[in-house]
Design a protein around this ligand. Sequence first.
Ligand SMILES: Nc1ncnc2c1ncn2[C@@H]1O[C@H](COP(=O)(O)OP(=O)(O)O)[C@@H](O)[C@H]1O
Ligand SMILES: [Mg+2]
Length: 299
Amino acid sequence: MRGKNNFYKLFRSKNGNISDNLIINPDIKAYITSYAPETLSVTKVKKNNIFNKAGRISFRAQLNGVPIKIYEAANSNHALFIANISSSKEISFYFPSILYSAGRHLFAKWIDGDTPASFPIEEHFNLLEKIHDIPIESLPDPEFDYWYDFIKPRFKRACELFGEQDLGDEVIKEVSQSWSSNPGFLSHPDLTIHNMIRSCDDGHIFIIDNELLSVGHLPLLDFCNAFKSCSHDELQKVFAMWMEKYGLLDKYDLSILSAAWFARLVGSAFISGNFNKAISLIIQYKKDIYNILPFKIIR
Ligand SMILES: Nc1ncnc2c1ncn2[C@@H]1O[C@H](COP(=O)(O)OP(=O)(O)O)[C@@H](O)[C@H]1O
Ligand SMILES: [Mg+2]
């Protein structure tokens, strides 16, 4: 029961009361108080089991002996949105089931499996498409927006810091206009192979790292996120697949995508403290806005 002791160290002070001093959010404390605390324990409090994900906590635990992952959504409505996806029949197929949600915290099933050793690019493309094609009408409002709540604020701050407010404002205006007028779709903005787990039981692929699941408005932004780490040849191949399906991109679409991708890259570099990278991205974008994209444009 070593893990359980560690769990108590995390959540409870010496006299057994739940400590107010700890990093854990009141939602989790409420869960522990109202539901038998002996049912929940952190498996091993090791570096690998507690993650700080851009200020949100994520960790591995056990609930009634079942391995789970506890993670934070942006807010309690966003948590409901994710929980809804994981319990909706046609969608839950792709995502680990949510066993419990408490405020903005989600308790997801831990999948016994591994990152796929390889995943054919065609299957990867099909998976992204399937997620994008899932009907979203019956889902609750996520009240979290990948562009407005995640990318835009960090990008704006980076531009202020580097004295590039005008460029930042221009990019934000362009992307926001397009984002707000495009139809919505179910978006997983980090659908890389590293966020897939192949189940040991039946080989089924589950999508993990679902903290940013929401309604997106720029499908090719998910595409760039999903395939950014692929080889040049694979990227060209999968981009050709996209164009065959959806048609060639016009100059306007390409410039919006470049602007959004630029904001995404600068925002990440900035938030991870890699200021040199953020600055070189700005220089690169100012030289040629399309050059920032992970694939080469066929013009
Ligand atoms: N529900 C889950 N089931 C099984 N393994 C998981 C689950 N969630 C996360 N993992 C494992 O933990 C690793 C990190 O989790 P992830 O949510 O992808 O965080 P990040 O990539 O931001 O560090 C994954 O690569 C995977 O090996
Ligand atoms: Mg991940």
